[in-house]
Write a protein that binds this ligand. Structure first.
Ligand SMILES: Nc1ncnc2c1ncn2[C@@H]1O[C@H](COP(=O)(O)OP(=O)(O)OP(=O)(O)O)[C@@H](O)[C@H]1O
Ligand SMILES: [Mg+2]
Length: 277
């Protein structure tokens, strides 16, 4: 009997291809915590290491391309994946390496592409010349892309000031080939906050109150990983997004208040404390 004990409720394998955030609030660390907190199994392909805290990204250490490919290949050939999520892929070679490996090893799996370009503190995380490769190699194959407002502006070439212009930009992005586009409204002003989903068959807005807080480090990574977990668990896309938004909202609400910059979320709010002190 080699069956694992105690893992029977773990459901949905997610392969995350993204960068490490040493501060633990965003990137691979946020992704693993999110998938785990929602009952999935997280495996990773790390594309870069960042020296980072709540105040910013201090330096980036690239992982060699062949080693990026090997991480994905050996995981997929043995453990498999029910959904793939991509985050920080910082240049054209990394994007091509990830896209090619996924195409060969896990064709047809749902793919959530978070087109990470700039960190919350302003650090550039994608070489501008790689934008066309991102579109032609990865966005075209995506089940869902999750740009924030500045990313949607760069990808669509238009200015976004409100939900109406979000809608126009989303139509431009949908024409690039993904099955669905979710433009996140975190960067717009206003008391309420709206994320907009556009697919071939229509649109849906997700609105809620904007929390007045500095603790929003990694909200984007967390949202995309939560959606990917839902897709791996066979949720319909709209329901996966609904659950993911609730998860992020409560993670911001219960944030631990660490650091002095953009503070991390509480990814563990779905879990019961097991330490009694
Ligand atoms: N202040 C807030 N209050 C409530 N929800 C928020 C707040 N900020 C962001 N969110 C939610 O978090 C999710 C991520 O949105 P956001 O626009 O912050 O992404 P992002 O810019 O990609 O984040 P990151 O900088 O971490 O990459 C969205 O669902 C958004 O609605
Ligand atoms: Mg983001």
């Amino acid at each position: 009997m080699e069956e694992a004990i105690g893992l029977s409720s773990m459901n949905g394998r997610v392969l995350i291809c993204a960068g490490s955030d040493s501060g633990g609030g965003a990137g691979i660390q946020a992704d693993i915590k999110t998938v785990t907190a929602l009952g999935g199994f997280a495996a990773t392909t790390i594309t870069a290491l960042t020296a980072q805290n709540t105040k910013g990204v201090f330096s980036v250490y690239d992982i060699p391309i062949n080693f990026i490919k090997e991480q994905a290949r050996v995981v997929l050939q043995d453990l498999g994946a029910d959904c793939v999520k991509t985050g920080m892929l910082h240049n054209a070679d990394v994007i091509k390496a990830v896209a090619e490996t996924l195409e060969t090893e896990v064709p047809g799996a749902p793919l959530v592409v978070d087109p990470v370009m700039v960190a919350k503190g302003g650090h550039q995380l994608l070489e501008p010349t790689a934008l066309d490769i991102l579109k032609s190699e990865l966005i075209i194959k995506a089940t869902l892309i999750t740009p924030n407002v500045p990313e949607a502006e760069l990808l669509s070439g238009m200015v976004i000031e409100n939900v109406d212009s979000m809608r126009s930009a989303a139509e431009i992005l949908l024409a690039l080939g993904p099955r669905a586009v979710l433009i996140k409204g975190g960067h717009l002003a206003g008391e309420s906050l709206t994320d907009l989903l556009v697919t071939e068959s229509g649109e849906r807005t997700y609105s809620g109150p904007r929390l007045d807080t500095r603790n929003t480090h990694g909200t984007g990574c967390t949202l995309a990983s939560a959606i990917a977990t839902g897709l791996a668990q066979k949720y319909e896309l709209e329901n996966a997004i609904e659950r993911a938004r609730n998860y992020v909202f409560n993670a911001i609400l219960s944030a631990p208040g660490l650091g002095s910059g953009h503070g991390p979320l509480n990814h563990a709010h779905t879990m019961q404390a097991i330490v009694d002190n």
